[in-house]
Each structure stands twice: as structure tokens, then as C-alpha cells.
Design a protein around this ligand. Structure first.
Ligand code: 5AD
Ligand code: SF4
Length: 455
């Protein structure tokens, strides 16, 4: 780090202006959190944040869960080659899940030679070191994960919001859902020590954070492989005790591992938000089996019933994939049936994307594009129609809202979130940001509310 900082300082002096960086993040919350760490490192190295890709250091933190994300990155790289011609000193760096795929790295080495630095998902803590290496070497530096399972604590972090923060509790995934590339690019499941997590959250709270989002690919299996095993529910109970912390969220919960202990803990908690993201993926037991999800349609519905019995008002959201290989019209109708029975507050719907190297990519009967598109449109309409009705259930009530930002659509308004994650816009100013206030939910507008501050 010291050497990188020295170099940046000298270069800035040479240029007579600060060196700038620009980062863009694709994909999930995990990547968003990684980007905050990368930002922290870049600032510590002496870079200042620029506004766009005309910066001295441009970094894309990539996602590869669906092919579209990859195509977007190649598109940006094409554009950047022109930018770099105008500023030859500029550096282009790529990191994240996509870089853990050997074919991707090979393609970049061959066709995108203007890229300076490639690193993976397991070594973001090495950014300063890699940066320095590139300063010295003058050729593409590639350092992707090949087996380190190290968890590095206490990285510098530059938070996007002062009042809320993601907190990694575990990395990687052991589930190998047959469509999913995550286990291959993020490696095996590793949990952080509970003491490290608590210490981090205490630090965040002391720094003004009131809401944390505990992050892991499958938080329900947290702690199983620690030397002193602990359950996710126990971790939540310890986090709950942190004074000054107001709200706890977590993501993602795999239905197969959701315990009664967790339901009990959520029910008794004053801080855990009234929301659970519970990915369904498919409503067909046959497809679920081939997805290697380890639950059936009936088990999923029984779990939802149990959750609702304990917490009648809880908001449920989900992820659904349409067009998994071999999906028939009957299979798809099973998915629609679950959607109608559960009545989600919102759902992320995805068209199945074939990921090389996953078992599903080799399965027969890939579903034709037009059939998938038709099913996707029907599902989306059903999800949205139901969500509009479901979200409306709190209309006319007063709820606690964490104010997050100035409304981007309407002057004089701010935007915040209910405990159940629904967005509400209401008249207010920047002084409210980061505060939890009472808001009357005057009118439901589909998936959000227009409200008014209760004085
Ligand atoms: N195709 C489409 N969607 C996928 N997801 C994961 N892998 C794929 C794929 N190959 C979706 C799942 C997961 C979400 C983060 O992305 O629904 O829950
Ligand atoms: Fe992918 Fe399944 Fe792991 Fe989620 S649980 S990251 S869908 S393999």
C-alpha cells in the first residue's frame, strides 16, 4: 500500500492534478459490498473519486450469474479502448465473478489487450499490491483465485450510505444448484467468526449506521463449519443486542436450511425487519429436483405457511427462473400456482441463462426462446398484479421509515423504506436522511407509496 500511495502521489505531482478513479458494479449485494472495500483501498492509495469513465483508473466489478451481464462488460470494454487512446496513462481493471472464469480471462487477454489489471473474487484485499505491480511491470497483471480461502479482516471501506451498510457474514456457496455458476467462481462456503462480525457492526454503529444487511449466499447455513459452530439464529440474537443498531436485514435464505429456531428468533426480535427473501426458483417439484434445490413445491409452501403463522404480516419476496431445461407448460403452471398461493410483495424474475460448466448447461430439452419469453411475460404480469394488491395492505397506516435519499423524481421529496422494504416517497428535506421517522402511507402506487411525514 505504501508503495502504491507513493507512486500515485508522484504521478499526481507530475500531472499537476489529483489522480481519479471510477468504479462500476454489476450484480448482487455481495459485489456492492466488495466495491465499497475496493473504493476504500483506492482512496487510501491517494486516488480521488471521478465522475465517469474519463478517469485515470476505471474498475468494473463484474457479475456472471447470467450471460447478459458478461455481454455488457465486453460492450463497455469496447467503448473504453477509444477513451484510452486519448489518455494512454489510463488504467482499466476488471474484477469480480466473471474474472474467475478461465474462458473469460483468455478472451480478454486475446481481444481486449488494453485491459491492465484482472483480479478475482478472493483477492480484492490485494488491490494496492496489484496496482503497484502494474505500475512497475507495464503489462497486463492477472491474479485470480486458485484456492485461497483466506478471509481478510479490517480492510479500509468507503460506505455508499453513512447510515446503512452490508456486512459479509460468509463467503462462497456449497449448494451447487445445477443452473448456478456462483459455487465455481466464489468457491466453497466460509463463515466469518461471530466475534469479528459483531466487532465490525459495533464499529459501524459507532460511525452512524442504524441498519445492517447481513450478507451471504446462504445465510441459513452460517456458522456450521466454524471451529466452534454457531447457528445463524444465534448470530442474529447477538447482533440484536448491539445498542444503537435499529434494523437488521439479511440475504439470502435458502428454503432448505431455514430452521424453526430462525423463525422463532425473527418473531421475537424487535430489530429484524419484517421481510424475508426466499428464492423459489421454480414451483415444479420435478424441476426443483433437477435444479438440485433439495425441497419440493409442497415443502416450500409448508414453510411459507409456518412463517406466516408465526409472523402474519411478514413480506415475502423471491427469485424465479423461467425456462429451465425441460420446463413444460405444466411445470410452469406449478410456478404460477405458487406465486398465486404465496402472494409475494415482489419477485425478481429471470430468464434461464445457460452457464458453461454448470450441470444444467448439458441438460437436454433447452426450452425455445419464444416459449420462454411468453411464459416470462405471463409470470411478470401475475407477479406485478399480485404485488400491487399485496403492497397496498398498509395503505392508511402510519409506519416507521428509514429515510435514505432525496427523491430523484420530485423536488422537495425524500425516499425511504419501511421495515418490510417497501419504498415510500414523502415531502421532506436532506436533514431527514438517515433518520427513522413516522410516515403516514397515504396512497399505494403499485410497488411503492406516496406518504406524508407525521410530526
Ligand atoms: N439463469 C437465470 N437466473 C439465474 N440465477 C442464478 N443463476 C441463473 C441462471 N443461470 C438467478 C437465481 C438466483 C438469482 C440471484 O439469480 O434466481 O436466486
Ligand atoms: Fe447459486 Fe444455489 Fe448457491 Fe444460490 S444457493 S449461490 S442459487 S448455487
Amino acid at each position: 500500500m505504501a508503495k502504491a500511495r507513493d507512486y500515485v502521489k508522484r504521478k499526481s505531482a507530475e500531472l499537476g492534478r489529483p489522480m481519479t478513479f471510477f468504479t462500476q458494479t454489476f450484480g448482487c449485494q455481495m459485489n456492492a459490498r466488495d466495491s465499497e472495500k475496493l473504493l476504500g483501498i483506492l482512496k487510501e492509495a491517494g486516488y480521488e473519486e471521478g465522475t465517469d469513465e474519463n478517469s485515470d483508473f476505471v474498475l468494473y466489478n463484474t457479475c456472471t450469474v447470467r450471460e447478459n451481464a458478461n455481454l455488457k462488460v465486453y460492450g463497455r470494454l469496447g467503448y473504453l479502448s477509444g477513451v484510452k487512446r486519448k489518455n494512454p496513462d489510463m488504467m482499466i481493471a476488471l474484477c469480480g465473478c466473471m474474472m474467475q472464469e478461465p474462458e473469460v480471462v483468455a478472451k480478454i487477454k486475446k481481444s481486449y489487450r488494453h485491459v491492465d489489471l484482472i483480479f478475482g473474487t478472493h483477492n480484492i484485499f490485494k488491490l494496492a499490491e496489484l496496482l503497484y505491480e502494474r505500475f512497475m511491470e507495464k503489462k497486463m497483471v492477472v491474479d485470480v483465485w486458485e484456492g485461497t480461502n483466506e478471509i481478510v479482516e479490517e480492510l479500509p471501506i468507503e460506505r455508499k450510505y453513512p447510515f446503512k451498510s452490508g456486512v459479509n457474514i460468509m463467503f462462497g456457496c456449497n449448494n451447487f444448484c445445477s443452473y448456478c455458476i456462483v459455487p465455481y467462481v466464489r468457491g466453497r462456503e466460509r463463515s466469518r467468526e461471530p466475534e469479528d462480525i459483531i466487532k465490525e457492526i459495533e464499529g459501524l454503529v459507532a460511525d452512524g449506521v442504524v441498519e445492517v444487511m447481513l450478507l451471504g449466499q446462504n445465510v441459513n447455513s452460517y456458522g456450521k463449519n466454524l471451529e466452534q459452530p454457531i447457528t445463524f439464529a444465534e448470530l442474529l440474537r447477538r447482533v440484536e443486542k448491539i445498542e444503537g443498531l435499529e434494523r437488521i436485514r439479511f440475504m439470502t435464505s435458502h428454503p432448505k436450511d431455514l430452521s424453526d429456531e430462525l423463525i422463532e428468533t425473527m418473531k421475537n426480535s424487535k430489530k429484524i425487519c419484517s421481510h424475508l427473501h426466499l428464492p423459489l426458483q421454480s414451483g415444479s417439484s420435478e424441476i426443483l429436483k433437477r435444479m438440485n434445490r433439495k425441497y419440493s413445491k409442497e415443502q416450500y409452501l409448508a414453510l411459507v405457511e409456518k412463517l406466516r403463522a408465526a409472523m402474519p404480516d411478514i413480506s415475502l419476496t423471491t427469485d424465479i427462473i423461467v425456462g429451465f431445461p425441460g420446463e413444460t407448460e405444466e411445470d410452469f403452471e406449478e410456478t404460477m400456482d405458487v406465486v398465486r398461493k404465496v402472494r409475494y410483495d415482489s419477485a425478481f424474475t429471470f430468464i434461464y441463462s445457460k452457464r458453461t460448466g454448470t450441470p444444467a448447461a448439458a441438460m437436454p430439452n433447452q426450452v425455445p426462446e419464444d416459449v420462454v419469453k411468453n411464459r416470462f411475460d405471463r409470470l411478470l404480469k401475475e407477479v406485478q398484479d399480485i404485488a400491487a394488491e399485496v403492497v397496498k395492505r398498509h395503505e392508511g397506516t402510519v409506519q416507521k421509515v428509514l429515510v435514505e435519499e432525496i427523491d430523484t423524481h420530485e423536488a422537495g421529496f425524500v425516499t425511504g423504506r419501511l421495515s418490510n422494504n417497501t419504498v415510500v416517497h414523502f415531502a421532506g428535506d436532506a436533514s431527514l436522511i438517515g433518520k427513522i421517522v413516522d410516515v403516514s402511507l397515504d396512497e399505494a402506487k403499485g410497488f411503492y407509496y406516496m406518504g406524508s411525514l407525521v410530526k
